[in-house]
Design a binder for this molecule. Structure first.
Ligand code: B1M
Length: 211
């Protein structure tokens, strides 16, 4: 059994190399990638989040933890985004974190898992304005636009993107949202087509939206 408590601690201390190695070792031991993701990586990051909230950790330390988390995610990526035998596209997903928001770990996870479900994914990154979403949609022609926000101050910008895409040639595109402060109630309030609480339910939502 992998020492997930130690892995959590290494995330906390920002030990990227150790996290990378422990992720590899856990997989080599035959653990399922979802278990490693949830118990090893995400659980470590939630402790970081708690201590960040209580001013025990500050931005530089959290950034270092985020880098360690990403080192583990890079090992899991091929598994998270492995296609089945049928590689025909399930749909086209355009993803980005909204304007003013620099959090990208959750978004990256959603992108990896959507690729795993057969979606062609274009990730436009963080701090994206409505104009950037529209320009990317002009070029990429997505079936779904997925937006991520981690801050209560940036989640309101999701409505700006939804309103900006509520006209031709964007109005056929389904709008999906997610991120720690997002709820179904908020999704309904701003007119989103759906909300994903985590990466797996986001993918279920995408499949439903293109179904
Ligand atoms: Co920030 N931060 N942060 N941060 N940060 C939070 C979000 C916070 C809750 C911490 C806290 O106080 N406890 C708090 C927000 C408070 C609030 O708004 N109510 C906060 C704050 C305040 C800030 C700053 C303002 C701090 C400051 O500067 N004083 C600042 C803002 C910067 C900015 O964005 N403009 C800031 C900065 C940072 C770092 C840069 C240091 C770093 C980000 C690094 C990076 O992403 N590259 C960081 C981090 C790491 C966090 C915490 C600790 C962890 C976030 C994370 O990666 N979680 C976070 C605390 C927390 O969330 N517990 C916190 C792991 C990830 C797998 O989960 O992102 O929730 P999550 O994604 C999930 C789901 O939400 C969902 O699926 C994912 C996988 O299951 N999901 C979607 C996400 N996006 C989706 C999109 C979808 C569907 C599902 O589309 C359809």
């Amino acid at each position: 059994m992998p020492d997930y408590a130690l892995m959590n601690q290494c995330i906390y201390e920002g030990k990227a190399k150790e996290v990378e190695q422990m992720t590899k070792d856990a997989l080599a031991e035959g653990r399922h990638f979802k278990e490693v993701l949830e118990q090893g990586l995400i659980a470590g990051m939630s402790v970081v989040g708690e201590d960040f909230k209580h001013n025990i950790l500050y931005v530089p330390e959290v950034l270092i933890s985020a880098r360690a988390m990403k080192a583990g995610m890079a090992v899991l990526k091929p598994l998270l985004s492995a296609h089945g035998p049928d590689t025909s596209s399930t749909g086209r997903l355009l993803m980005g974190t909204v304007r003013g928001d620099l959090h990208d770990i959750g978004k990256n996870l959603v992108c990896m898992m959507a690729e795993g479900a057969g979606f062609v994914v274009k990730d436009i990154g963080v701090d994206q304005s409505v104009e950037k979403f529209q320009a990317a949609a002009d070029e990429f022609k997505p079936d779904i636009i997925g937006m991520s926000a981690l801050l209560t101050t940036t989640m309101t910008y999701m409505k700006t993107v939804i309103d900006g895409c509520d006209k031709p040639p964007y109005d056929h595109i389904k709008m999906a949202i997610g991120g720690a402060p997002i709820s179904q109630m908020f999704a309904d309030e701003i007119g989103a087509d759906g909300y994903g609480a985590d990466a797996s339910s986001a993918v279920d939502l995408f499949l439903y939206l293109v179904g």
